[in-house]
Design a protein around this ligand. Structure first.
Ligand code: PAF
Length: 280
């Protein structure tokens, strides 16, 4: 596996692969790789001849007072994991390689970016959409793989790809969970072991809410309130727990078939997100 730090080097390698007729799958990450990321690399390897992974802790998607400075940077371990997973190329750019200091352009997916996490992290999804658009322009992949743990992020990127006619096939990949149900996340590393056990209640709350919806309970507001009460009693500070339409993330109506339940909650100083998506 080759590692490159510049866009020019990356493009040279990609051009040689394309000349050989190889198709390229791309897995964008912020590093501190766990099994969830490796499942993206595995899914990528099944689909194309070449797999490119980027590790870039993107400053524009962190708000003031968030964890940009302390976000775990574990490049040596990440490189080993990617090598073992069979990635072909690691793109590891510096901030100055990705962002011209005079940059003026922001990609913003209106509406969707203000809901749910967007309401609590203003500007976050503009940072995500902008960096993913830039990475797509740099890599020009045939396919790009994203984990469904970040469900809202996936819907926003899917919308951006549609609206801007980007020629990339998006591949959503199921969330990988710990044995206790906790969704894998780089931010789980901030949790103490007691918090990690407790954090599994987030998925339990999602499963219980899904079961209530599937059993025919049509009072979604009440299901949401019960989940919030359960999570608050377990020590979470809940940002939102919302039963939504899976297509556009607005509040679901009992007649909607595709449903996603989205949750974000803080446990101590760690903000966790998770979701469960199902059809009725
Ligand atoms: O999901 C992430 O790790 C990031 O938001 C992404 C897609 C790599 C953009 O920085």
């Amino acid at each position: 596996m080759q590692t490159v730090n510049t866009i020019a080097e990356l493009r040279a390698v990609l051009a040689s692969w394309r000349r050989a007729g190889d198709r390229i799958a791309f897995v964008p990450t912020m590093g501190n790789l766990h099994e969830g990321h490796i499942s993206l690399v595995d899914a990528a390897r099944q689909r194309t001849e070449r797999v490119v992974v980027s590790i870039f802790v993107n400053p524009t998607q962190f708000g003031v007072g968030e964890d940009f400075e302390t976000y775990p940077r574990t490049e040596a371990e990440d490189r080993e994991k990617l090598l073992a997973a069979g990635a072909d190329l690691l793109f590891l750019p510096a901030v100055r390689e990705m962002y011209d200091p005079a940059a003026k352009t922001v990609v913003s997916v209106a509406g969707l970016s203000d809901l749910h996490c967007g309401a609590f992290r203003p500007g976050h999804f503009n940072g995500v959409a902008t960096v993913v658009a830039k990475l797509f322009n740099i890599v020009q992949p045939d396919k790009a793989l994203f984990g469904l743990k970040d469900y809202q992020q996936f819907v926003i990127i899917r919308t951006m790809v549609r609206d801007l006619n980007m020629q990339v096939e998006l591949v959503p990949v199921e969330t990988v969970r710990e044995v206790n149900g906790l969704a894998m996340s780089s931010r789980n590393g901030y949790l103490s072991s007691a918090e990690k056990e407790n954090a599994a209640k987030l998925y339990r709350a999602l499963c219980e809410a899904r079961d209530a919806v599937l059993s025919g309970d049509a009072d979604y507001g009440d299901i949401e309130r019960q989940a919030q009460v359960f999570l608050s009693a377990a020590g979470f500070k809940v940002d939102y727990f919302s039963i939504c339409r899976s297509t556009d993330l607005v509040a679901a109506m009992p007649e909607d078939r595709g449903v996603v339940i989205l949750v974000a909650a803080r446990l101590g100083k760690t903000r966790l997100i998770d979701n469960i998506c199902f059809s009725k």
